[in-house]
Write a protein that binds this ligand. Structure first.
Ligand SMILES: [Zn+2]
Length: 391
């Protein structure tokens, strides 16, 4: 059962580490956060199921070469959105994933919405490769300069196949089977600050395994070889300092080493009654030109667990995304709904920030600089302030 620390909110300006007992189990996190945004079906008459299990209800059938936007993942299953808007799961071995398209037409228009009536925002030439972010009824959502737009599927071909799982979704076991003591830190800030009374949990993505398990370093930078876990942790510490200065009580799921799995990280926020949960990551792609900021969230309208929280969650994601683009100035990949464990299992509005791409040389260079990491922290804090309406 989960222990709880009492009275921590009464103590101001005192930083301390407490031990919190969590019902957790140990799992292995895995590789870099590399994932497909678009999938194709490999066989005919493939079952689409309600949930990620062969025992789950079949809600549709799809055929070879059909395309879908990637929506989430559970173990060896990928969640897709069917043309009727329903979400369903397909086994990974029946799918192929992609994160890029190459233009085949000589000059192809890019539009603001997935339709021939969509406003034209630019064009792309034959042979140009674009990061594919989604697919909807014949149109690919692509990164276009500092923005995103839609390109007709008739004038592009898919790039090289990429893996379907990510570290966010690679949990091999379910939660709640084993118990583990883990150290989690909390500190309360300036009592007169504008965020006084707000409880915020920060989750630096990846980290060292304190239980002697394998290190989960996250993505590796393309040139300098910096590790995602180190970048995430530094951004999280910088953000913590800003939020404390503004009076918030800030919990960290870990400060470098942890044996918490992704469910355990979410449980920290649930146990301390957080108002919001923010996971910090850096992105990676097989394509070195992919770049930019994005914020992930998960609060499907169809799931009653999220009712009353969807709009708040989206607002938090959008405020942070806008602030990242304004302050840090990289490409705007927008806010994206995805079924990631940490944003799904928390009971408060939760986001996963992909600060920039370690697989892009320019962005790796930026992520290696303390000054840029400070800007990222400032930007996320600014978005949080807007969310709480205290800006
Ligand atoms: Zn990551």
């Amino acid at each position: 059962m989960r222990g709880k620390s009492e009275n921590f909110m009464k103590k101001s300006k005192i930083k301390f580490t407490i031990l919190i007992m969590l019902c957790l189990m140990l799992t292995l996190s895995s590789a870099a956060p590399l994932w497909a945004r678009v999938v194709t079906v490999e066989k005919d008459q493939v079952n689409v199921r309600q949930s990620a299990s062969t025992k789950s209800e079949i809600i549709g059938k799809v055929n070879k070469n059909m395309l879908f936007g990637w929506y989430g993942a559970e173990e060896n299953w990928t969640q897709i959105k069917l043309d009727n808007g329903k979400l369903g799961y397909i086994r990974n071995d029946l799918l192929q994933g992609y994160d890029e398209v190459t233009v085949t037409g000589s000059t192809v228009r890019i539009r603001k919405s997935p339709s021939l009536e969509g406003e034209i925002m630019g064009q792309a030439g034959r042979g140009e490769s674009l990061a594919a972010l989604d697919y909807q009824q014949g149109w690919f959502k692509v990164q276009y300069g500092q923005d995103t737009g839609w390109i007709s599927g008739d004038y592009v071909k898919l790039g090289t196949a990429v893996v379907l799982t990510s570290s966010q979704t690679a949990e091999q076991e379910s939660p709640g089977q084993a118990h583990n003591m883990d150290s989690v830190t909390v500190s309360t800030g300036n009592p007169g600050g504008i965020l006084s009374g707000k409880i915020i949990t920060l989750d630096p993505g990846h980290g060292v395994r304190s239980d002697g398990g394998p290190v989960d370093p996250g993505a590796k930078g393309v040139n300098l070889g910096i590790w995602e876990k180190d970048v995430n942790l530094d951004v999280a510490f910088k953000l913590k300092a800003i939020l404390e200065e503004m009076g918030a009580t800030v919990w960290m799921t870990h400060t470098g080493a942890t044996s918490l799995n992704l469910y355990g990280r979410a449980a920290v926020a649930n146990d301390n009654g957080s108002h919001i949960f923010v996971s910090i990551h850096a992105n990676a792609s097989t394509s070195p030109q992919h770049s930019g900021h994005s914020v992930y969230y998960y609060a499907p309208a169809s799931n009653p667990r999220f009712s009353g929280r969807r709009e708040l969650t989206k607002a938090l994601a959008q405020f942070v995304q806008d602030s990242l683009v304004n302050i840090c100035g990289r490409a705007n990949l927008g806010i994206i709904e995805s079924n990631f464990v940490v944003v799904r299992e928390t009971n408060c509005p939760s986001i996963l920030v992909e600060t920039a791409f370690l697989s892009n040389a320019e962005e790796e260079q930026l992520l290696a600089q303390g000054e840029f990491r400070q800007k990222l922290a400032t930007a996320v804090a600014q978005g949080i302030k807007k969310y709480f309406g205290v800006e």
